[in-house]
Design a protein. Structure first.
Length: 241
């Protein structure tokens, strides 16, 4: 895992996502709703809701939208149910792709995902065909701008907090954790006064694949098509970033 940087990819995709902000808010509202519905509306007692709310706030989603999603989950009249489904497949150049979806219509989502793959140089695989190529990890990014802490001190701080790995670049400290330690590490770093530019649970590829420029463009089209689907919440690939 050491050496796998997500930061440049996060920054590159942020600009593209800004143009889709309304649709992103809709997806994040669904995630907040699902977390609150499953584990209760108190984020102090529901870690999944806390993560969903933090993710929504990181995307600059208004508090009113978040509150509406939580209240909707708390309503006895509300009975909307969503299924979480993971689709697995391959993209241009043999890149492994994981697609996470929340849907109230499995047939609709399966059809849309399959079409996105087949029309953009990919192929949808069977369950388990690529999932084993990824590890579930906690990911935290701390921008180095205005930080006085040096690399050695940061390494000591993140290990003390319970992290697994630290990746250093001129722009950012990237911290990886075991998924079960993610909340503890995040809260420890926040209590130490660090501002977290990104904090999420993610899927990290065990190995990455280098693509030609043409393959990279084709993969970006495929990922954009998948992310444009209302039911798709996250897309992960093994492409070299």
């Amino acid at each position: 895992m050491s050496g796998h940087s997500k930061w440049s990819n996060i920054q590159g995709r942020k600009n593209a996502q800004d143009a889709k902000r309304g649709k992103i808010f809709q997806k994040l509202s669904r995630e907040v709703y699902m977390a609150a519905k499953a584990g209760g509306t108190d984020s102090a007692l529901n870690p999944a809701l806390r993560l969903a709310v933090d993710k929504a706030k990181a995307a600059n989603m208004p508090n009113d939208n978040i509150d509406r999603a939580i209240k909707k989950a708390d309503s006895s009249a509300e009975n909307t149910n969503y299924d979480e489904i993971i689709y697995e497949g391959y993209g241009p150049g043999g890149v492994a792709i994981l697609v996470y979806a929340l849907t109230d219509n499995r047939n609709r989502t399966a059809t849309n995902v399959r079409v996105a793959f087949t029309r953009n140089g990919g192929s949808l695989g069977e369950t388990g065909s690529v999932n084993y190529l990824f590890d579930r990890k906690g990911y935290i990014a701390i921008e180095r701008k205005n930080l006085t802490v040096n690399e050695d001190q940061m390494f000591e701080d993140v290990l003390e907090a319970g992290a697994e790995d630290l990746l250093v670049s001129p722009e950012v400290f990237e911290i990886y954790t075991a998924p079960e330690e993610f909340v503890q590490v995040r809260e420890s770093l926040e209590k130490s006064g660090f501002h977290l530019a990104q904090a999420e649970l993610t899927m990290v590829p065990q190995t990455t694949i280098s693509l030609t420029e043409e393959q990279q463009i084709q993969l970006e089209r495929l990922v954009d098509k998948l992310e444009d689907d209302d039911d798709v919440s996250e897309v992960f690939t093994s492409a070299e970033e």
